[in-house]
Structure formats: structure tokens, C-alpha cells
Design a protein around this ligand. Sequence first.
Ligand code: PLP
Length: 448
Amino acid sequence: MNSTSTTTTRNFEVHDSKVLDWAKDIIERSASSRLIQKEIINAVDRNAIWRGEECLNLLAPEAPTSQTVRQLLASEVGTRAAEGHIGPTQRWFSGTKHIDEIESLCVELLKKVFKSNYADHRLVASMIGNMTVYAALTKPGDNILTIAQPFGGHSSNRYDGPAGIRGLNIYDVPMDPVDLVVNMDDFVKVAREVKPKLVTLGASMTLFPFPLKEMSEIVNEWGGKIFFDGAHQLGLIGGGQFQDPLNEGACIMTGSAGKTFSGPQSGIIVWNDPELTEPISDTIFPALAATHQVNRVAALAASAAEFLAFGEEYMAQIVANAKALAKALYERGITVLGSHKGFTETHQVILDVKQFGGGLDVAHKLAEANIITNKNLLPSDKPEDWDYPSGLRIGTIEITRLGMKEAEMDSIAEYIVSVLEGRDTTESIRKQVINMRSAYKKLHYCFD
Ligand SMILES: *Cc1c(COP(=O)(O)O)cnc(C)c1O
């Protein structure tokens, strides 16, 4: 080897180099490509057993999909190309008559679930939905207000995401660090000064509703609009368990199909005003989606049909479980945000775990006990705390779909506290979790 060290000659990687080396080693060691392919399948199978059968998945943005939805994701139609708008004239390719049927069923089902005049089915991610809104409804240099990350804001609406790529000037929506809602007095001041074109309400940490009516009355003074990024709350909204943004003053809403909505991971966008239809649709195609995965569209339509039948009951139980889990943790001495106002009105429970070593440490410790959560920034965290925040975010989507109710939340709280306080060995808690999970195999709120 010459004098240059391996670290400087090596290409820069953002990924963990140890993990990439593991993969390189497998690829080099395997006697044939077929064996490499087998390694991929093995990893998928290991995940399916661990995460699919042995864990309590409490990640707030995750939802298990029904077998029907999963089968549709692997369907033949996923190999077909169908650019453009639905119908025989506005597509580039022919042979799409059945694809038109699938896509129109999807669009009409989404309109029905969200009681909206318009919906689009072509967003391969909710990030693309947010990019669509910024591209269609703003110009570079416009002012917008969005929520900062320590208060639950999401990168898609900040400088490092689509809003930043659009070249917007981003100001913070003032939030109350204790009540975890918009501080209306400060909002009125900032908004009247900055006169934002859009106010984006997008929150990945979300416990309580937003004062949408009051906020829209203010921004209407200069023709500003409210954009509701309901990535997390989408299912709760469709199931009538949260506020109804399009009816309360938001002009457009995006959301993740794979969070509370419990469909295939992708995005949804809905609106009512016919004047938005052209700018939004022209941005989706041809700017941000071409082949948009028709297998995913079929799966999305199928999950919307499940949602029509079971959404209300399913979403109500998700919220009831979150409240029960929050209370059970609080009663065991854990600091739970929003404890002075009923903990939560969503699928989320937010803990302050600073005293247990912070969110990163705690999330890894819980994962060793097969309890999957994520580290989370809290309003009290500073920018330098980014990688090591004080909070932990918990969600009740998956455990609810597996049929768990309030009584089971008590057992889950007990496992979590046992890990946090080191009351029992991780190995022992892990065994108890696997044992508990083995009684909940069937997926509820679907036709399977
Ligand atoms: C998760 C999330 C997104 C991105 O959604 P994807 O479907 O993962 O692209 C956007 N905004 C908010 C507030 C989110 O929480």
C-alpha cells in the first residue's frame, strides 16, 4: 500500500462503513450470484421473523398492511408503465384500460374517505406531496411559516427538505413548549409581519389539534393559505378521530398512506378548490411522477376500501390505546408530555427520557428487548442535541391492528419501565415480549 491512508482514498460514504463492508464481504465471498440473491432473501426473512413476529413495534410512523394489500404490492400490474392522467387520451402508453379502472377506483375511494372534491394517487411518498404543494403554490423567495423540528416539525417543510429546495424563506410557527399547541398571540404577530404565502402545519410529533380556523382567518387577511401536512394524522382524520383540516380552513392536505392510514408506504394529496386542480395536477405529472407504481395504487385503493369499512373503529382504538399507554407510563413515574391535558389526542405518546440517558440510548436498549421506538427531539432540546435528543416517541398503530386494547397497554408500559429502570435483564424482558407477541398474530380491521 502507498502512503495515502485507506480512509482518504476510500470514496466518501454517508452510510455506516462497517455495515457496507459486511455486504461487500458477502458479495465477494459468495460462490455465485444466485447465492448472493439468497442472502437478500435470508435478510428479508430474518426481518419478517424478528419485526413481524417477535417485536412490539411502537414506531409511530409504521403500520402493518393486510395480506390483500401486500399481495397487491407484488402483483403483475406493478411491471406496467402508465404515465399521465387517467383515461385513453392523456396517457403516453396504450394498453392501460384496466389500469384506468384501478386508478379511478383509487381516486374515487380517496375522495370518499377524505370527503374531498379532489384526490391524487400518484405520489410515491408524502415527501413528493409536499414538494408538489411548494412547487405549485409558491415561488422562490416567498415567505412561509412552518413548525421547527424540536416542536415536531418535519424536514420536508424546512430548509433541508422540499421547502428549502424551492428556495423559500422559512419562519417558525410559534409553539407553546408546555401545551404543545400553536401560540396564537405570537402567531398573529409573526404572521402579520411576515405575511406568509403559506403556513404549513406539518408535525411528526403530534399530540393535539391545531387552531386551524383562527389561523386561516389571520392569513386570509393578505390572501395567504394554510397547507396541512397530515402525514401522521391522515388515518385519524379519515376515521373522524382528529380535526378535519379541509373543513377548518386548510386549502390542501398531504399525508403518508403508510402511517395511521395503514396502507402501502406512499403519499396522498386532497383538496377542494377547483382552482388548485391544474397547478397541483400539472406538478404531479409531468414534474414529480412518471411511472408511479400501479401495484402500489392498487394496494392503496384496497387499503382505502378497508378504511371505509373499519377506519372509524380502528382509529378510535388507536387513540384510546395511546391514552391508556401514556397513563400507564405516567402512573409508573415516567415523564410523559401533555400529562396536564390528557397526554394525547393522537396515536402518539411522547416521553422525556433524559434521566435514563436520552432518547438514542433508551431506544437502542428497548430494541434489545424487542420493543421498537424512536429517539425524538423535545421542545427543550438545543440544535446541538440533534443526534442525542431527550425524547422518545411511541405509537400505537401496529399493536392496535394486532388486536391489543387498553388492558394490554398496561403490560407494555410495565415492559418499557422494566427496561428503563433496569429492573430485569434485557434478555428476560425480551423473552416476555416474544411470549406476549405470540398471542397476537391476526391482523384486525381488514377483510382477510
Ligand atoms: C413522515 C412525514 C413526512 C414524509 O412522509 P413519507 O410518506 O415518509 O414521504 C412528511 N411530513 C411529516 C410531518 C411527516 O411526519
